[in-house]
Ligand binder design. Structure first.
Ligand code: COA
Length: 204
């Protein structure tokens, strides 16, 4: 997708595939949310995300037809979103899980409402059939965003996280992609090796 035209355009907001030039901005957004711990991230990371890691991961994702998108607002990177395999085993090859992060200066300005549908559309176009998200039970913004974009709550994992001195619940949400489970998947199959190497992802 790299180098393609923007996939979605709205006044002031453009959604497009990320490029290597976006990596520093994406890392800054990610690190902000790690420090705050408001998303699916904790209060510490064993290893910091380095620019070369993110560039390598983007390259791997392109090979697997997995979208890695940024939202630009008035020419500035205001958020990013991507999807990775839900599980390594081949049976789960049509199911993805995703992450979305919006820049602290651009929260609640409609970026998520543009970016998440664009990610859903790109994943559906890649032949995937289901998308899963895990959301901290206290993350109202993310819960509402996902609900507004067609995700349904399908599970609650109580007290599976521990950060900032408290246990946290994870809410599991799911959205069908394209025709979902209504028909058989197309003949497209990612190779088993591609699936198996899918554990090495940013944000996992
Ligand atoms: C969750 C997140 C991506 C939402 O992005 P955003 O660009 O601020 O969201 P939007 O402005 O598009 O708002 C989408 C919906 O979310 C809700 N929302 C957004 N910010 C909110 C807030 N602070 N409190 C409550 N609801 C909020 C609104 O209901 C909004 O719907 P509306 O159009 O009916 O008002 C953003 O808050 C974020 O990056 N959070 C930190 C990282 C994170 O939690 N990622 C998700 C991990 S699962």
């Amino acid at each position: 997708m790299e180098g393609d035209a923007p996939v979605v355009g709205h006044p002031g907001i453009v959604i497009r595939p990320s490029s290597d030039a976006d990596v520093p901005a994406m890392i800054a957004i990610y690190e902000h949310h790690i420090r705050r711990g408001v998303g699916d991230t904790g209060e510490f990371e064993e290893e910091r995300l380095l620019p070369d890691d993110l560039k390598r991961r983007r390259k791997t994702m392109r090979k697997k037809r997995l979208p890695h998108l940024v939202a630009e607002r008035n020419g500035e990177v205001a958020g990013y979103a991507y999807a990775v395999p839900f599980r390594k085993r081949p049976a789960y090859r049509y199911t993805l899980k995703h992450s979305i992060y919006v820049h602290p200066d651009h929260l609640h300005a409609g970026i998520g409402r543009r970016l998440l549908p664009a990610l859903i559309e790109a994943c559906a176009a890649g032949g995937y059939r289901q998308m899963i998200g895990y959301i901290d039970g206290k993350n109202e913004a993310s819960l509402r965003l996902h609900e507004a974009c067609g995700f349904r709550r399908v599970g609650l994992l109580p007290a599976v996280g521990y950060k900032f001195g408290r246990w946290s619940d994870s809410v599991m949400v799911q959205c069908p992609l394209g025709s979902g489970s209504a028909d058989q998947p197309a003949t497209w199959r990612p190779s088993p090796e591609a699936i198996v190497s899918g554990h090495d992802w940013h944000g996992e």
